[in-house]
Design a protein around this ligand. Structure first.
Ligand code: 6PG
Length: 272
């Protein structure tokens, strides 16, 4: 699938080498995202006989998940070798309308032949969010077969961007933004009056492929600040996601990209 609009290239700041792909509409973003994710999952299965993916919540990625549950991906992805995790979830039961697990279950998991054992949900319903976070870290340690003292390395990590600059459940001002040891933490989000569970920056940044999906005019100014403004992760937590190789893919629709500097336009890159 070729983008309709073209690419905005490297960000001006080496810390956030961004491969920014601008599509016309949110549907184009979902199509381009599904193609990338399917290609990365297939490459992982072919190289390591398994693929691990940390999924984003919220509204934006749902269309991508639905596409992965339809032809051709429903049949071409070897779901028996894909392990599903969440980048974050709300501290609610799995059938709650706000649950990211529920959204992914309905959009994708209920529609593809993935073994239940491959689906690793965060147990947000637990009475103590910190215990739920520590339990998920144990789940990650078991499922991701991590050597001692390193971080789990997801093949794909999908992320969204809030209009306040948050990603996963790393919200502005939260201590979790600066967490360097734990893999999963519980976060009390004051403005939502709610607890969340979230992977920490080191885990998000350790993924082989980090893909942000951002659509809508309401994100345009925040996106400009994240990609082109001063680096200030406490104010714009999405900036804390910095893979060692420095490469982050941003799939945007025309509206979300509306405030990005035109001089960043450069040639397009195919999914790696
Ligand atoms: C969540 C997400 C969160 C989301 C952003 C953007 O649990 O809500 O993980 O980080 O990606 O809030 O959400 P939208 O896609 O709904 O704009």
């Amino acid at each position: 699938m070729r983008s309709n609009v073209g690419n905005v290239g490297e960000s001006v700041d080496g810390m956030r080498k961004a491969n920014v792909i601008v599509c016309e509409t949110p549907a184009d973003v979902a199509r381009a995202g599904a193609a990338r994710v399917a290609a990365w999952l297939a490459a992982a299965v072919s190289a390591r006989k398994r693929a691990t993916v940390a999924l984003a919540g919220g509204r934006t990625p749902e269309a991508l998940y639905r596409l992965l549950a339809e032809a051709p991906y429903r049949e071409t992805i070897d779901w028996s070798r894909v392990e599903i995790f969440w980048g974050d979830d709300r501290c609610v039961p799995p059938d709650h309308p706000d649950s990211n697990y529920r959204m992914v279950r309905e959009a994708l998991l209920a529609r593809v032949a993935i073994p239940e054992a491959n689906v690793h949900r965060m147990r947000g319903e637990m009475a103590d969010p910190d215990t739920a976070a520590r339990e998920y870290e144990v789940v990650l340690r078991r499922a991701c077969r991590v050597e001692v003292d390193t971080f789990p390395r997801f093949d794909v990590c999908l992320l969204g961007l809030g209009s306040d600059g948050h990603t996963a459940s790393l919200f502005p001002g939260l201590p979790a933004i600066r967490e360097t040891r734990r893999w999963v933490v519980a976060a009390r989000v004051q403005k939502l009056d709610a607890w969340r569970l979230t992977l920490t920056p080191a885990v998000l940044s350790h993924a082989r492929h980090v893909l942000f999906l951002v659509t809508g005019k309401e994100k345009a100014e925040t996106l400009r600040a994240v990609l082109e403004g001063p680096v200030d992760p406490d104010r714009l937590p999405a900036q804390i996601v910095r893979p060692a190789g420095g490469r982050v893919d941003w799939l945007l629709d025309h509206d979300a990209a509306g405030r990005l500097s035109p001089q960043m336009i450069c040639n397009r890159r195919e999914p790696s």
